[in-house]
Design a protein around this ligand. Structure first.
Ligand code: AKG
Ligand code: FE2
Length: 208
């Protein structure tokens, strides 16, 4: 199996592909049911801490949400991880730990790419063992009162949070280089709270 492909996504019933040649991106409504979303929200609320970002983006307001690693020793979390990998046809052994994010009013994650810049100063630190990020699988766990959409700024495409909706995209070009068209912005929450989970896959086995 090619480690950079997610060969099953295009075959899943009801999945939608963004009709754009620049980026391979799929969306699936109701990927997780309300009960699974609520269970994840509980765990995020229990374990959250202020987010950090890998590359130094130069200012603190870049990612103002709160993060938590969701522990795969928790059978509930392990089952979500297994579902994500099986649905996409990705090797679960290439996955980073599942992450949860919580954004309160005014919080956001400014425009960024999920891959690490090969020219960035942190590239060796974050990519020497497991390689760069390949696919991102993200699920909205709720609907904030206002704001909190995900905007692919180069494509001019905005995706609205909907409880249980999966968004999955390939951060790489067909030749394996990073795809700059994958840049996206987790926009400011204007009312309520936004919860998501994010699963990133690597080129090689995840060994931390
Ligand atoms: O919150 C969002 O809509 C985007 C989150 C994101 O880009 C990430 O966690 O890498
Ligand atoms: Fe991202």
């Amino acid at each position: 199996m090619s480690t950079s492909d997610a060969p099953l996504l295009a075959t899943q019933p009801g999945i939608q592909r963004l009709p754009r040649p620049e980026l391979v991106l799929f969306m699936k409504r109701d990927f997780l049911d309300a009960e699974a979303c609520a269970g994840l929200i509980d765990r995020i609320d229990t374990n959250r801490r202020p987010s950090t970002i890998a590359d130094d983006m130069g200012y603190e307001a870049f990612r103002t949400s709160e993060t938590c690693d969701l522990d795969d020793a928790d059978p509930f979390v392990a089952a979500i991880n297994a579902r994500l990998a099986a649905y996409a046809g990705l090797d679960p052994a290439h996955g980073e730990p599942l992450q949860g994010q919580r954004y309160g009013v005014g919080q956001e994650f400014k425009a960024h790419t999920d891959y690490f810049e090969p020219s960035g100063r942190d590239f060796a630190t974050y990519c020497s063992r497991s390689g760069n990020r390949t696919w991102t699988l993200m699920v909205y766990l709720n609907e904030p009162g206002a704001g909190g959409a995900t905007r692919f700024t180069k494509l001019g495409k905005t995706i609205q949070p909907e409880t249980g909706k999966l968004v999955a995209w390939n951060n790489r070009l067909p030749d394996g280089r990073p795809n700059p068209a994958s840049i996206h912005h987790g926009m400011k929450v204007r009312a309520g709270t936004k919860y998501i989970i994010t699963k990133w896959y690597r080129e090689r086995l995840w060994i931390g």
